[in-house]
Design a protein around this ligand. Structure first.
Ligand code: HEM
Ligand code: HEM
Length: 196
């Protein structure tokens, strides 16, 4: 498997970034939903700090991912996909990128306008506040963070369903080319020896 993307499949770096970000978003979602149910006590500040730092790490990883995509390109559409499907996939992917920024950014804005304790990235350094404290903006930012998150969940559900649909019903390489494989070209027909 190559590090860089080829015309047929995603390379190791793009795959690693895709699945690492999926894992982090899953952890952030679980931690986020649990932490808002906890009593508001300094005992649980560490849970908030962990959520915030991990969320900021996602912003950095998405920047790296986009830079890598720009440098390494993307595979060609899976052979045989109709044009309308390619267009919808493209729109969905760019909306997912937008939400991967918007969700953590809204969390960062909520933290900023709340004017609480300084935000430290995994305890290492102080992260700047994006806006001054504001009572009136607090509910707006909190609701934006929550609703953008649910929008991301809805889009991911459609995206994952499409990936499984391609795999199970179209029997094409869409899902396989985002997964590690020792085979060089997943879109070429299998040799007869592999079929038997
Ligand atoms: C991809 C990244 C992120 C995801 C998926 C995410 C997800 C969530 C979720 C699901 C909740 C619970 C919402 C609710 O039910 O009210 C939440 C709450 C929260 N998040 Fe995030 N978050 C992310 C990034 C961030 C970042 C970067 C910050 C701040 C720097 C942040 C700050 C907060 C805060 C302060 C709350 C508590 C809101 C409240 O008190 O109601 N989040 N997040
Ligand atoms: C937080 C969850 C997820 C996010 C934010 C996400 C985001 C993305 C984005 C932005 C792309 C487009 C890559 C590009 O063109 O640069 C992509 C591709 C892909 N994703 Fe996801 N994804 C998520 C979860 C999943 C899940 C759960 C699956 C499978 C079950 C999946 C399967 C795929 C596949 C197969 C591709 C490649 C599509 C192709 O080659 O045309 N993703 N994902």
């Amino acid at each position: 498997m190559t590090l860089k993307n080829t015309d047929e499949r995603w390379g190791a770096i793009s795959q690693l970034l895709h699945w690492l970000i999926v894992l982090l978003i899953l952890i952030l979602a679980v931690v986020g939903l649990v932490m808002v149910e906890l009593p508001k006590s300094p005992r649980y500040f560490w849970v908030y700090d962990l959520h915030k730092s991990t969320g900021l790490a996602v912003i950095a990883l998405v920047v790296v991912r986009l830079l890598w995509r720009w440098y390494a390109g993307a595979p060609r559409p899976v052979p045989g996909s109709p044009h309308w499907q390619e267009r919808i996939a493209n729109i969905t992917h760019w909306l997912l990128y937008a939400l991967m920024f918007a969700v953590p950014l809204s969390g960062w804005l909520f933290d900023s306008v709340s004017g609480l304790r300084p935000l430290r990235f995994f305890g290492l350094f102080k992260v700047p506040k994006l806006l001054p404290p504001s009572q009136s903006l607090q509910p707006v930012m909190r609701d934006s963070h929550e609703w953008l998150f649910w929008l991301l969940v809805a889009l991911v559900a459609v995206h994952a369903a499409a990936a499984f649909y391609h795999h199970l019903f179209q029997h094409d390489a869409t899902l396989r080319r985002m997964l590690p494989s020792r085979r060089r070209n997943v879109s070429s027909p299998s040799p007869a020896s592999e079929i038997r």
